[in-house]
Write a protein that binds this ligand. Sequence first.
Ligand code: COA
Length: 503
Amino acid sequence: MATRKKAKAKTKVQARSKSAAKPVKKSAAKKPASGKPAAKKAAVKSAASKPAAKKPAPQKGVASTLPPPSTKPFGQDGKALDGVRILDFTHVQSGPTCTQLLGYMGADCIKVERPGAGDITRGQLRDVKGADSLYFTMLNGNKRSITIDSKNPKGREILDRLIKHCDVLVENFAPGALDRMGLTWEHIHKTNPRMIVASVKGFGPGPYEDCKVYENVAQCAGGAASTTGFREGPPLVTGAQIGDSGTGLHLAFGIVSALYQRMRTGRGQRVLCAMQDGVLNLARVKLRDQQRLAHGPLTEYSQHGEGVAFGIAVPRAGNDSGGGQPGWILKCKGWETDPDSYTYFITQAPVWGAICDVIGKPEWKTDPDYATPPARLPRLKHIFATIEEWTKTKTKFEVMNECNKHDIPVGPILSMKEIAEDKSLRDTGTVVEVDHPTRGKYLTVGNPVKMSDSITEVKRSPLLGEHTEEILTQVLGYSTEELAEIKASGAITAPDKKQAEAA
Ligand code: COA
């Protein structure tokens, strides 16, 4: 960033937008503008100060600050976030989800880890002895790893240099941990006013702001658990990691927005995503229902049809469909032995006639007790039991095929085994097989966002400290002598190694 600050460009917006918006030539894509090695600074400066080539006249209705439309074929003009460099100080799941997504979009993610230990998840839920766990490998693809002891004075010096060379710092430490390292917002902003500092915390400002939070705590505090499960049972958490991965996703959105705003303002800002807020955002339909309760019962909830009165808060709704189109999970052929032999079945009003024909109840089309959505609401339990008599005669895939012919929305309950083996998910790059030097091949989830001009290449996760020297020399410009000094300082070495070296 320091190099960019000095560069004089034609307009303010052009000057400010360089790191995030300038299309990067393919050959330069791995060396973002934000962190040129010292040796390359002069070249960068002179290139930036050359008079700009004569621009074509702006097209009508197109912002004049944009470059002319690329003439390269779609998918061959770099990636969306080429040129953006991330100081990735994340661990466990929420932060790493965010930075992996940014990496999928082309950002250069430099993951800072504690020497000798690294992200705690490298060793958690290990399935292959001596190899990084799937917990780690599946959340840290498309990143480089550098080990730095942030509490070592030399380590702090390296971190400061990284701050100058990066666009975004992403962290999800416990509240106060970053400050205790000396990396306060004030310090970071002074060191690099363009840096965006993005954090995941459990709670936003308020009574719980100092609390450590994990996934399920967020699901409970964000309103998901109280509205999940069956009315008769306790609150339930869901297997989808809406607290961790969900918040990481929100943070990525915040970071990209902050990068965009920086193109105009030239300065970084703080981006905070509280896991409670992220979960609530995903559970917003339940806050909708809470307000509807003041005006009468929630008629699409099956408890209404069962004659069970509502209390003061939104109840758990089992497998009811949340969108006002009644639905339920129904057994399919083989359910007695296969725990996933089920289908979700939605009685969408426009295709009610087709549903009646498919399940062999054509008389329901005209029967006043069944013909209209309001008439059906009190009878949902009976209706779904009848439909289930039909679904039990078919596999979940046969139900899907049959119903699709008539535009009836249904969905098989897919097991993780079925998803892992699904050809279409492999074909689209949503499930990707990656090779890893110590664990061999493993499956990971690729980029769920598909873009026509930014094609994701999924790369394996880095080994602990795999890129330490590369980053110190090529990104931060340390000389061979300085590198030796850093090594001797213990800033990048595990404590046991330090002791062994001292003995
Ligand atoms: N060098 C030296 N020290 C380092 C380091 C490095 N490279 N990286 C981390 N540390 C230190 C931190 O400075 C901190 O030390 P301190 O407490 O003495 O100041 C320590 O490691 C532990 O960090 P912390 O974040 O407190 O980890 P934890 O294991 O105790 O807590 C969480 C884990 C997830 C509960 C906590 O980080 C948290 O609440 N995060 C925010 C919410 C969140 O993201 N939760 C979901 C996780 S999926």
